[in-house]
Unconditional design. Structure first.
Length: 296
């Protein structure tokens, strides 16, 4: 149904497609010597190319990274993707490993803060290799929550690849986060198919997967938003990230919203405040990516 709605509601302004590309092999295999155990993981993604684009010229692109520990690209993001396409951005929205809708095996391949980061990067590479009209010097990232973490980790690992990025209410510190989350949430990480150990058993592994411990690697213009009444990613977690950037001498644009209605999803809603906040994001991205609005 999500696919049908994307095609139906985006077809007036975008060439919509569902594609598959390959990424790194699974991080943890129950039988690493089995046939195919080390094969690349196949990643599915939606792509959105603005209609009417002058393909004799170079154009910018964005990777839109969905949130959720186990979730997928769905129509809750449609209005945001539409806003991006209307501005002239080509968009790839990957369902990185661990996303829902692709069976239990793919679900168990989750690698939070690990190879899922590679999955998004490989999607960007696929877009640039597939569409000659995309400008490799005008590639941006945008993501909220878990998608915000993946956005940040991409910046830290491949700073030369990205011109600008936005991270909304980003998961920033898994060590701290799992301390205030529920036991069921913690089990998503410590189960044998995933990290396989608790924070107490391997705190350094959780640090490795947490943006706050990699802030010194930032080289890319970045905007971060958070909200004081966020019921999912506590504002303290993001404040700690911003403090770490400052301590590392990194200039980051940021805004802490005070009790914005909607909590964790405050600027992904259809409210006036949400639209104004997204306008701030788009105004931040525009000078670096220089999109040309779609002609209707």
């Amino acid at each position: 149904m999500d696919s049908a709605i994307f095609f139906l509601k985006m077809s007036d302004i975008a060439e919509v497609d569902q594609v598959k590309y390959t990424s790194l092999p699974t991080a943890k295999s129950a039988n690493p010597t089995a046939p195919g155990a080390r094969n690349p993981v196949v990643i599915s993604a939606y792509t959105f190319i603005p209609k009417g684009l002058d393909k004799s010229k170079k154009h910018p692109m964005l990777a839109y990274t969905h949130g959720g520990v186990h979730a997928n690209v769905n129509t809750s993001s449609l209005h945001i993707i539409r806003e991006l396409v209307e501005q002239g951005y080509s968009v790839i929205a990957p369902d990185y490993r661990g996303s829902t809708g692709y069976g239990a095996e793919f679900w168990r391949q989750i690698d939070y803060g690990g190879r899922e980061v590679d999955d998004v990067h490989e999607g960007v590479k696929w877009m640039l290799e597939t569409y000659s009209f995309l400008d490799p010097k005008r590639v941006g990232l945008i993501g909220w929550s878990h998608g915000g973490l993946i956005t940040l980790m991409n910046l830290f690992q491949w700073p030369e690849q990205y011109a600008v990025a936005y991270a909304g209410v980003p998961v920033s510190d898994l060590v701290q986060r799992l301390g205030y989350q529920t036991e069921n949430y913690r089990r998503l990480f410590s189960d044998s198919y995933h990290i396989g150990k608790t924070v107490r058993e391997d705190v350094m592994e959780y640090r490795r997967r947490s943006p706050v411990f990699h802030v010194d690697k930032l080289q890319t213009p970045l905007l971060v938003h958070t909200n004081t009444n966020d019921e999912d990613v506590n504002v303290i977690e993001v404040q700690q990230l911003l403090t770490a950037f400052k301590a590392a001498g990194k200039k980051v644009e940021s805004k802490i919203y005070e009790n914005a209605p909607g909590g964790h999803s405050f600027n992904r809603l259809d409210t006036k405040l949400a639209r104004e906040s997204r306008a701030e994001i788009y105004n931040f991205l525009r000078p670096y990516l220089k999109p040309e609005p779609v002609k209707k």
